[in-house]
Design a protein around this ligand. Sequence first.
Ligand SMILES: Nc1ncnc2c1ncn2[C@@H]1O[C@H](COP(=O)(O)OP(=O)(O)OP(=O)(O)O)[C@@H](O)[C@H]1O
Length: 341
Amino acid sequence: MHLHRQDSPTQAAAKPTAKMDEQGKFEFIKELGRGSFGSVVLARNTKTGEQVAIKKMERAHLQRYVESEILNHSQLRHPHVVQFREVFLSPHHINIVMDYASGGSLFGYVQSRNRLREPLARWFFQQLILAVDYCHRKGVANRDIKLENTLLQVIPGLPRPLVKICDFGYSKHDNRSVARSKVGTLTYMAPEVLQSRVYDGKTADIWSCGVVLYTMLVGRYPFQSNAGEGAGLGQEVMEMLKKMKAQEYHLPDSLNLTPECKALLKALLHPESEKRVKMAGIMADAWFRTDLPPDALNMNDKYLANTRPCPQSEAEIKNIVAMATNYNTNDMYAAQGMDQF
Ligand SMILES: Nc1ncnc2c1ncn2[C@@H]1O[C@H](COP(=O)(O)OP(=O)(O)OP(=O)(O)O)[C@@H](O)[C@H]1O
C-alpha cells in the first residue's frame, strides 16, 4: 500500500438522520467527506427525490477562494465535471449543491487495486483530459487536479465508471491577475508552482494530470522526498524539486508499459513549463487517442457553446457570497435555533 490521501479530509462515518435545511428543500442523508472548510453531505431533494451532494462551508471560516470557487464552478457544464446546481445560505453555512458522484474517488479505486493496467488508466486519463481541456477553454484553471478530486460515477450498462472532476476551491479564471500563489496539493504541484514563480495555472494542471496518470499506472507518487520524519517542509520541497528537474521517477520494467505511454508521461512531467506538452499535443498523441470514442474530441466544442449553464446569475452568486459573511443575520437565525441543516 503506497498511496496515502494527500491533504485529504477525514472520511467521517455515515450518520443517518432526517435533518432538513430550513426551507425544507433538502433532506440530509449522510456525510460524504470532511475537510477544513466544513463537509460534503449527501442529501435528497424533498420535491424531486433526487440525490445531490452539498458542500457546506462554515460562514465563520470562509476561505478567501470561496467566491471564485463558486463562480468558476457555476460556469461549467460538461459530462466529466461534477455539475454545479445552485448555492444557498443557511444560518451557519454557505451550501454548494452539486450532482452526486456515487462511485467514490479515483484515489479509492486505484488504492483498492494497487495500480491500473494501461488501457484502464487511459480510460480515466482521457476523461480527465477532456474535462480539464473544457475548463481551460472556459478560462478556468483548476490548480488542484488529483486522484482525490477525481470522482467516479457508475452508469448502469457501462463496464467502467465515468470520471467527474470536482473541487474548484483553488481554481483561477483567466481574466483575474496572474497566478503566483502556491496553491494545490504538494505531491501534485508542478515545479514552477513549488518554486512560487509566476506560473500559468493551465500548464500546471497538465503537470498534475501527468502525476495522476503516473500514480494510476505505478500505484505510487512519482516524486516523493526521502527526507525522514522531522525533516522540514523546505527540505522536502528541495528534494522533490531536484527529482522533478532530473525527471527522476521510477517506472518498473515489470509494469510492461508501452514506449508510447512512457513518452507521454515524460512529456507531461517536463520540468520546464514552456516545454511541457500542451493540451493540443495530448489530444494529438497516438497513445491518448487509442480507444477514444470517435466523437470525444468534438464533444468539448458542443459543451463550450453553452455559455451560461447555471440558472443563478453571477450577480446573484456574488450577492449570496457577500451575504454569507453577514453575521448579524447569522446570529439572528442561530438565536431562533434555526440552524437545523
Ligand atoms: N459531488 C460529489 N459527489 C460525491 N462525493 C463528493 C462530491 N463532492 C465532494 N465529494 C466528497 O467529499 C470530499 C471532499 O470534497 P472536496 O474535495 O470538495 O473538499 P476539500 O476539502 O476542498 O478537498 P481537498 O482538501 O482535497 O481540497 C471529496 O473527496 C469526495 O469524497
